[in-house]
Design a protein around this ligand. Structure first.
Ligand code: 0X9
Ligand code: ZN
Length: 303
């Protein structure tokens, strides 16, 4: 039924990823670490077509999804994108695609079974009865500026940068990828708001390559509009939303110097918010791929 918020359980996503890796030679699945409660954090790598296994430096993109537990549309969109990327031969040509579809597996499970609006991970905080660290405040970039030191806060930053196994695993693997490849694009998938955010989030100072992030961002928005006329705006995190620090996008920009670093807030604009009806999963995934967008047409012409 459309309205009962069906979503893949974490384990079902695991099975899906494993079957994808088994059925396609191009897909490599690796556990990059364990969550607080011991769940695997899976990282998918889609190698380009015709990859001979040589150690060549390629352009790479990194997708992170599900760092916030209640934003169910994020892992769902990530899985649909995976499906699309594995099936499409031309799109991933000479490009390494990396993805972590469920970056906060404990929180995701908790949101499914106990508290639909859970956001953080499931850390037991010493000296407090409140659990969880906001994993999108725990990265080692201007840690603490515009985040809370109260364990009961929804935006609790944790005891120190990378105190959480989830952010530790993600950042270590992102660092490794950026040492073997040229990481050109990083997108962290969230909801909701239909806005593509670019750094910085902790200051209104201009980040390097802002013009490029804006123009590429507008191209995304144009593409996203073509499927169902859904409007996405492109904004700076700090001015367009609110100050936040210790986030994935700022860290990728600052520490790894990823030229295009974004947080993408998926559907909707607040009508349903986090409890986006299941019948919007597929449209959301489809429009974000920009079917019918300029880049898609160009790719089609090249085939
Ligand atoms: O607050 C967040 O972590 C993100 N919004 S959400 O509603 N999904 O929680 C926005 C993060 C944007 N990035 C930066 N401010 N750097
Ligand atoms: Zn979020």
């Amino acid at each position: 039924p459309d309205n009962n918020y069906q979503v893949l359980a974490g384990q079902q996503i695991e099975y899906y990823l494993k079957s994808l890796a088994e059925s396609s030679e191009r897909v490599e699945l690796v556990s990059i670490g364990k969550s607080v409660q011991g769940r695997d954090i899976w990282r998918v790598h889609i190698r380009p077509y015709g990859d001979t296994g040589e150690d060549v430096r390629r352009n790479a993109v990194w997708f992170e999804a599900g760092i916030h537990a209640r934003e169910w549309i994020s892992p769902a969109t990530a899985c649909h994108l995976l499906d699309y990327l594995v099936a499409d031969k031309s799109l991933t040509n000479n490009l390494d695609v990396y993805m972590v579809p469920v970056a906060n597996p404990d929180g995701y499970e908790f949101s499914r079974t106990n508290d639909r609006y859970w956001r953080k991970n499931r850390r037991t905080n010493t000296g407090s009865s409140c659990r969880g660290v906001d994993l999108n405040r725990n990265w080692d970039e201007s840690f603490g500026v515009g985040a809370s030191s109260n364990p009961c806060s929804e935006v609790y930053k944790g005891t120190e940068a990378f105190s959480e196994p989830e952010t530790e695993a993600l950042s270590t693997e992102m660092q490794r990828v950026s040492s073997v490849d040229d990481l050109r694009l990083m997108i962290s998938l969230h909801s909701y708001g239909q806005v593509l955010l670019y750094p910085w989030g902790y200051t209104t100072d201009k980040a390097p390559k802002t013009r490029m992030m804006k123009s590429a961002g507008r191209r995304f928005a144009r593409g996203a509009k073509t499927s169902y006329n859904t409007k996405y705006t492109v904004e700076n995190s700090a001015t367009g939303m609110y100050y936040a620090s210790g986030t994935t996008d700022d860290w990728a920009k600052a520490a790894l110097e990823v030229p295009l670093s974004y947080t993408l807030e998926l559907r909707d604009r607040g009508g349903n918010g986090f409890t986006l009806p299941a019948n919007q999963i597929l449209p959301t995934s489809t429009e974000c791929r920009g079917k019918g967008s300029t880049s898609d047409n160009q790719l089609r012409d090249k085939r």
